[in-house]
Ligand binder design. Structure first.
Ligand code: BGC
Length: 731
C-alpha cells in the first residue's frame, strides 16, 4: 500500500512539474525562461513591465514624486523609498499572486555610498586608490539593501567630472576616465558579486549615460557640448569597462549631448551600448527624463517624448507614466513595433531572472539590529574613510601632533556636526550613527589631551558673535583644529555653486584665529574640491576629510595622533580659484605652451593641488624605472618596474600612479593619461617593487571620433613619480 502511495505521489509531482510553465522552472536557462514568459504575455502586461513607479516617502527634493497609491500588480519596477522589507513582501505578494503570470516586481533605490552603514562619498573613495576596499564596502551596502527589500541600486555614477562647481562631482570618481572605470568596476563587483542570483547581490545601474559630467558651466541638467572625440575618449570608457564587467542596467542621463538628449539618443543607447558593446540588460530613464525631452525641445508632447525615448533604446520609464499612458496607442498606430516591445520586455525580465526574483521573490526578515551597522561593516567603512583622507599640507611636520601638545582648541561648524559628515545621497544614514570629529578626538585622546571647544561660526551667514569665544579658547590651547566645510546639501544633485570657495564667514573665522599665532590644523569636510587660495597660506596643515560617513571623525583623529598614516591622493584637481575652472591634469596639449602664454593674466597658472596630490608622514623615494625593452612592436608587451623606498621613520601606504604620454599622434593626445595604479604598504626603511605592464593596444592606442581604436608607432613616454622615460613603438 505504502509503495503504491509513493508511486502516486511521485507521479503527481512529475505531472505538476511537467505542467509548471517553463518560465517557472528554476532549472531552465534564463533565456528559455524569458522567451517562454514573453510568449505568454498580453500587450498590457508587457507595457506594465516597462514602467517604474515609486513606493514610500521620497525625500529627494529634486524629485517631487507622487506615491503610487493603487499599484497594478503587474508593474515592472518600484523605487522603494520606505526600506521596510515587510512592506516589500506585501507588495511583492500582490504581484506574485494577483498578476496573471506571477511576475515579481523589481525594487530599486539609490544606494550610493552605503545603505545604513554609510561610507565615504564616491569622490573620497577614489582618493583611497584602493578599489578592493571599495568592492568590500559595496558588498556591505548590497547586503543591507537586500535585507531592506531592495534588488537594484542606481549606482555607480561614473560620469567623468571636471567642473567642481557641479554638485554631482561628489557622486563620481573624479576627473579621470581610467579612475572612473576602475572604481566603477569595483563598485559593480561589490554590488553584484560573482553572480546576481547570490542572496546578497543587487543589480548595479551605471549612470548617467552619458556626458552628464560635462554639464555646461557646472550647472545641473544642462546641455553638454560633447564632441564625438571626447565622447569616445573621455566619457564612454568608464561605461564600456563596467558593461564588460557585467553591469546589469544603465540609466540614461538628463543632459543633451550636442543637441540630441541622452534619453533620446539612438547612437549612444542602441548603436554603442547594445549593438557595439552587446549589453543585454536594460536602460532606465533618469527620473522623468522622458518628459524632459519636451523641455529640451525635441518632443512636442509626452507621447512623442515616449516614442523617441523608446525607439532610441530606453526600455524602462522612471516615474513618468508616459510609456504606460501612450504605448497602446503608439503600437496601434504602428509607430512602435511589437517586436521592439518584446525585446525590451525580455531585457527587463532577463535582469529579474538573473537576480533570482522568480524563484525567491521575498526578502528574509531579520531584526533591524542584525541588518545594519554590523561591527565588521563599520570597520570596513572606517578603513575606507581612513584611506580616503588626503593630507593636503603639512608645514614643518605640524602633524601628527607632537607629544608636547597638551591641549587642542576644536573650533568650527563641522566640529560637533554629525549630519553633514554623511554627505549627500545618504537617505538611510542617521546622524546618530556618526561619530562627530569632536567625539573621535575624545576617544583618541582620552586623558591625554585637553579638548577646548567653540563653534565659532555657522556654515554660512554673517553672524560673527561666536568669534570671540573661539579666539579665547584658541589662546588657551597649544594648537587650533579648525573644522570647516560644506553642508551636505551643497553638493549632490541640483546643488551647483558658482564659487567653490568656503562662505566668507568661515574664511573670516580662520583669519581671526590666525591672529592668535597658534598653529592651525585645518580640517575640511566637503563634497567637491574647494577654492583655498586665501585659506591655504593661513593654515599650517590641511586635512581633507571629505564626507566620511558613519566613521565620522575617527579616521581624522587617528591621523592627528599618528595612529594612522595618511595615504589618500586626489582623484580631482583643486583649482587655485574658481576662475581657473576647468583645470584638470589630462588636458589636451595646446599651442604656445611657453611662459604663461595664453593663461589668465590675473591669477596663477597652476592649480593649488593637482590630481594625484597627497602627503604622508613618511617619505617615499622612487628609484629609476627599469624598462624591459627600449623598443617594442605592436604585439609585444613592455614591462616597467620601479622600486619605491620608504625613507622615513614610519610605515606607510603608497599609491603609485602610472601615466603614458604620446607627444605626436594623428589626434592630439592629453599631456599625460593615467593607465594603471597600485597601492602597497611599505615598512619604514623597506622597499617595494611596483610593476606596470604596457599592452600597446590597451594602453597606447586611442579612439577616433567613431570609436575605432588607432595604434600608431612612434615615441611614447611612461611616467611615474616625477620621472619620464622614453620608449619606442614600432610596427
Ligand atoms: C537622479 C538619479 C537618481 C534618480 C532616482 C534622479 O533625479 O538624477 O541619479 O538615481 O533621481 O532617485
Amino acid at each position: 500500500m505504502k509503495k503504491i502511495c509513493l508511486i502516486l505521489i511521485m507521479a503527481s509531482v512529475k505531472v505538476c512539474f511537467g505542467q509548471l510553465p517553463l518560465y517557472k522552472q528554476k532549472a531552465a536557462s534564463v533565456e528559455a525562461r524569458v522567451k517562454d514568459l514573453v510568449g505568454r504575455m498580453t500587450l498590457e502586461e508587457k507595457i506594465l513591465q516597462l514602467n517604474q513607479y515609486t513606493l514610500g516617502e521620497n525625500t529627494n527634493k529634486n524629485n517631487i514624486g507622487d506615491e503610487t497609491k493603487v499599484l497594478p500588480p503587474g508593474i515592472g519596477s518600484l523605487i522603494f523609498f520606505s526600506a521596510d522589507p515587510v512592506q516589500r513582501n506585501l507588495v511583492q505578494k500582490k504581484a506574485m499572486e494577483q498578476s496573471r503570470l506571477g511576475i515579481p516586481i523589481l525594487f530599486g533605490f539609490d544606494v550610493i555610498h552605503g545603505f545604513r552603514t554609510v561610507y565615504p562619498i564616491s569622490l573620497a573613495q577614489a582618493c583611497s586608490w584602493n578599489p578592493a576596499l571599495v568592492t568590500e564596502n559595496c558588498s556591505v551596502a548590497a547586503k543591507e539593501a537586500v535585507l531592506s527589500g531592495i534588488d537594484w541600486t542606481f549606482s555607480p555614477m561614473i560620469d567623468v567630472a571636471r567642473d567642481p562647481r557641479w554638485g554631482r562631482v561628489s557622486e563620481g570618481y573624479g576627473e579621470d576616465p581610467y579612475a572612473n572605470a576602475i572604481f566603477g568596476v569595483a563598485t559593480v563587483k561589490g554590488y553584484q558579486g560573482n553572480n546576481l542570483s547570490n542572496p546578497y547581490s543587487i543589480a548595479a545601474c551605471l549612470k548617467h549615460y552619458v556626458g552628464y559630467g560635462m554639464s555646461e558651466g557646472g550647472r545641473d541638467y544642462r546641455y553638454s557640448d560633447v564632441s564625438a572625440q571626447s565622447l569616445w575618449e573621455t566619457y564612454l570608457p568608464p561605461y564600456e569597462a563596467c558593461i564588460k564587467a557585467g553591469a546589469a542596467t544603465v540609466m540614461s542621463a538628463f543632459n543633451d549631448i550636442s543637441g540630441v538628449p541622452a534619453s533620446a539618443n539612438h547612437y549612444t543607447l542602441t548603436d554603442i551600448l547594445k549593438k557595439r558593446w552587446g549589453h543585454d540588460g536594460f536602460v532606465i530613464s533618469d527620473w522623468d527624463a522622458i518628459e524632459q525631452l519636451i523641455y529640451q525641445g525635441v518632443a512636442k508632447d509626452k507621447k512623442e517624448a515616449g516614442l523617441k525615448a523608446f525607439l532610441s533604446g530606453v526600455e524602462m520609464d522612471m516615474r513618468d507614466n508616459i510609456y504606460f499612458e501612450n504605448f497602446k496607442q503608439l503600437i496601434a498606430e504602428k509607430k512602435i513595433p511589437v517586436s521592439l516591445v518584446d525585446e525590451s520586455v525580455a531585457r527587463v525580465l532577463r535582469v529579474k531572472f538573473r537576480l533570482g526574483l522568480f524563484d525567491e521573490p521575498y526578502t528574509t526578515i531579520m531584526p533591524e539590529k542584525d541588518r545594519y551597522l554590523q561591527p565588521e561593516s563599520k570597520a570596513l567603512a572606517a578603513k575606507l574613510a581612513e584611506e580616503s583622507v588626503v593630507l593636503l599640507k603639512n608645514k614643518k611636520n605640524t602633524l601628527p601632533l607632537a607629544g608636547s601638545i597638551k591641549s587642542i582648541a576644536v573650533i568650527g561648524p563641522m566640529a560637533k556636526d554629525t549630519n553633514n559628515l554623511l554627505g549627500s545621497w545618504s537617505f538611510n544614514g542617521r546622524p546618530a550613527d556618526v561619530e562627530s570629529i569632536y567625539k573621535g578626538l575624545e576617544n583618541e585622546f582620552a586623558n591625554k589631551l585637553q579638548l577646548n571647544y567653540a563653534k565659532g561660526s555657522g556654515f554660512e551667514g554673517t553672524d560673527e558673535s561666536g568669534f570671540a569665544e573661539a579666539v579665547s579658547i584658541a589662546n588657551q590651547s597649544d594648537v587650533i583644529l579648525l573644522c570647516l566645510g560644506e553642508m551636505k546639501t551643497w553638493s549632490g544633485e541640483s546643488a551647483s555653486r558658482s564659487s567653490i570657495a568656503l562662505p566668507s564667514i568661515q574664511e573670516k573665522l580662520l583669519v581671526e584665529l590666525k591672529k592668535t599665532g597658534k598653529p592651525i590644523v585645518l580640517v575640511l569636510s566637503n563634497g567637491r574640491p574647494l577654492e583655498l587660495a586665501r585659506v591655504e597660506p593661513l593654515a599650517d596643515a590641511i586635512v581633507e576629510l571629505w564626507q566620511p560617513g558613519v566613521a565620522g571623525g575617527t579616521p581624522l583623529a587617528g591621523i592627528l595622533s599618528g595612529r594612522v598614516n595618511p595615504s589618500g591622493k586626489l582623484p580631482i584637481t583643486f583649482p587655485l580659484t574658481t576662475g581657473q575652472i576647468p583645470t584638470y591634469y589630462n588636458m589636451r596639449q595646446s599651442a604656445r605652451p611657453f611662459d604663461k602664454m595664453g593663461d589668465y593674466q590675473d591669477i596663477a597658472t597652476e592649480p593649488l593641488y593637482w590630481f594625484g596630490h597627497g602627503l604622508s608622514y613618511t617619505s617615499f623615494e622612487y628609484g629609476t624605472p627599469k624598462l624591459s625593452a627600449q623598443k617594442i612592436n605592436k604585439s609585444q608587451e613592455l614591462t616597467v618596474e620601479v622600486t619605491v623606498k620608504n625613507t622615513g621613520g614610519v610605515k606607510g601606504k603608497e599609491a603609485v600612479l602610472w601615466y603614458v604620454s604620446d607627444p605626436a599622434a594623428s589626434i592630439s593626445r592629453p599631456v599625460k593619461e593615467l593607465k594603471f595604479f597600485e597601492k602597497k604598504e611599505i615598512g619604514a626603511g623597506a622597499s617595494a617593487v611596483f610593476t606596470f605592464t604596457i599592452n600597446p593596444m590597451r594602453d597606447l592606442s586611442f579612439p577616433d571620433a567613431t570609436g575605432k581604436r588607432i595604434l600608431e608607432s612612434g615615441d611614447f613616454y611612461v611616467q611615474v613619480g616625477n620621472q619620464k622615460i622614453k620608449f619606442e613603438l614600432v610596427d
